[in-house]
Design a protein around this ligand. Structure first.
Ligand SMILES: [Fe+2]
Length: 434
């Protein structure tokens, strides 16, 4: 049973945290190298297969245990649940996720989202493009699989939205389909299109279907969906969380292919990066745990693209931090990674993404208590001594109010906090900027 509440381990009560579990590509059915080192080739294969841990099962089990101890507020699945469009594998993957993680979660009305990946599309369902064929038809089998299990967490021809509110903190979640053009046929004459379709439909195996020459993998968002997101991201004091399968920035691996990147990804990225509220763009597809931040000079927020790796390699827990007044401060990405034999490391590697700069701090928080706090710190001070000093010289501050102010300044790069993982009484505060 996964509970939803503010984590009991959140030792800094002056910061509100909204936590998200981000699961990347799963590719159930993809051939994987065995982790069992078999030197004896005559060793019974049936026994060998039983000794090998299944990476997907191990990862989901670790995530479930982790969430029991440190709950999250939403679960994000970035697509590619199956490999090469195999619907049977997609169904098995959904069954596994439903039993182990999502069944109980969704029964409690907790938010979960899934988006299609390019590998989820069965290319035999993509008919030769004619005006009568709808480009959305190929996604219907995926929606059906989730609906049949009473888990309607995917919307392939719509933007699925949800607002998380925790105290004054707000996160706007938007899940959308980036696979609009995946698997579609090129604009060949009708007879060639038909022949190409027949070739794909009759291909002896998935590898042949997947590499059939007259198919294009041209990832794209619907313009209407981008419009919906553009309307939603407007506002004050909130963080936008956009979930889609494909990355918005060109991938690290050079790729000689037509439409290797999302057709209108640049347009979408510009809209997100120019917005005045921060956006976390959560994706999979690249099978890596890369984080890329796009800032726009003069704009008080940023867009951070956060990739979750192949589930075999781990997953992310994203913690969005706000002041108790609901001002977004930044996000940490905790990367839970796999060691040998699919054993997860208990301590995640952590990356911090501040939403604002030091200059923004004095613009946003331009009022006397903060200026007094900065000058009272000097080069460094313990938290209890700082509280005493400020309360002796100025108006009364509670421990919570001061801890919130210190945390704001830390996220803006003005202060450093030693012992941040402990309660504020143990903090040693250092001034980082002159
Ligand atoms: Fe993938």
């Amino acid at each position: 049973m996964i509970e939803r509440s503010i984590s009991s381990r959140c030792l800094n009560p002056a910061v509100i945290k909204i936590r998200l579990l981000q699961i990347g590509d799963i590719h159930r059915g993809m051939p994987r190298d065995s982790v069992t080192d078999i030197k004896d080739r005559l060793f019974p294969a049936a026994i060998a297969s039983q000794t090998t841990r299944d990476p997907i099962t191990s990862a989901v089990r670790f995530a479930v245990n982790l969430l029991r101890d440190r709950p999250v507020d939403a679960i994000l699945l970035a697509g590619d649940l199956t490999h090469q469009g195999d619907l049977a594998n997609y169904e098995q993957c959904v069954d596994h996720l439903a039993d182990a993680l999502l069944g109980e979660w969704c029964k409690a009305n907790s938010p979960a989202f899934c988006v299609p990946g390019n590998h989820d599309i069965d290319r035999t369902k993509v008919l030769p493009a004619t005006p009568a064929v709808k480009v959305w038809d190929k996604f219907e089998p995926l929606e059906e699989v989730w609906k049949k299990r009473n888990l309607p967490i995917i919307a392939t021809n719509d933007v699925k939205t949800f607002t998380i509110k925790k105290g004054n903190a707000v996160a706007e979640i938007m899940a959308l389909n980036s696979c609009l053009g995946c698997g579609e046929y090129r604009g060949l004459p009708d007879d060639l299109k038909k022949a190409a379709h027949e070739m794909v439909a009759s291909a002896a195996n998935n590898d042949l279907k997947w590499t059939a020459i007259e198919q294009m993998d041209s990832p794209a968002f619907s313009g209407d969906h981008i419009d919906v997101v553009q309307q939603k991201i407007d506002g004050e004091r909130k963080v936008n969380v956009v979930l889609a399968h494909h990355n918005l920035l060109p991938q690290a691996t050079p790729r000689a292919a037509l439409y290797a990147e999302v057709f209108n990804g640049g347009q979408f990225r510009t809209i997100l990066a120019r917005n005045r509220t921060p956006t976390l763009y959560c994706h999979g597809h690249i099978h890596d745990d890369l984080i890329e931040v796009v800032t726009n000079p003069g704009c008080p927020a940023c867009m951070a693209a956060i990739s979750a790796p192949l589930l075999d390699m781990g997953f992310n827990v994203i913690e969005i931090c706000y002041t108790i007044d609901g001002v977004p401060l930044g996000a940490t990405v905790q990367k839970y990674k796999v060691g040998k034999s699919y054993t997860f490391f208990q301590q995640p590697e952590e990356s911090r993404i501040p939403f604002c700069s030091a200059g923004d701090y004095f613009r946003i928080f331009d009022h006397p208590p903060r200026a007094q706090m900065i000058s009272a710190i000097g080069s460094g001070v313990r938290f209890p001594a700082l509280l005493d000093k400020l309360n002796k010289d100025h108006s009364a501050l509670t421990e919570m109010e001061l801890a919130s102010m210190v945390s704001e300044a830390e996220w803006h790069g003005i202060l450093g906090i030693l012992n941040r993982e402990r309660t504020p009484q143990f903090w040693q505060i250092l001034r980082l900027t002159p």
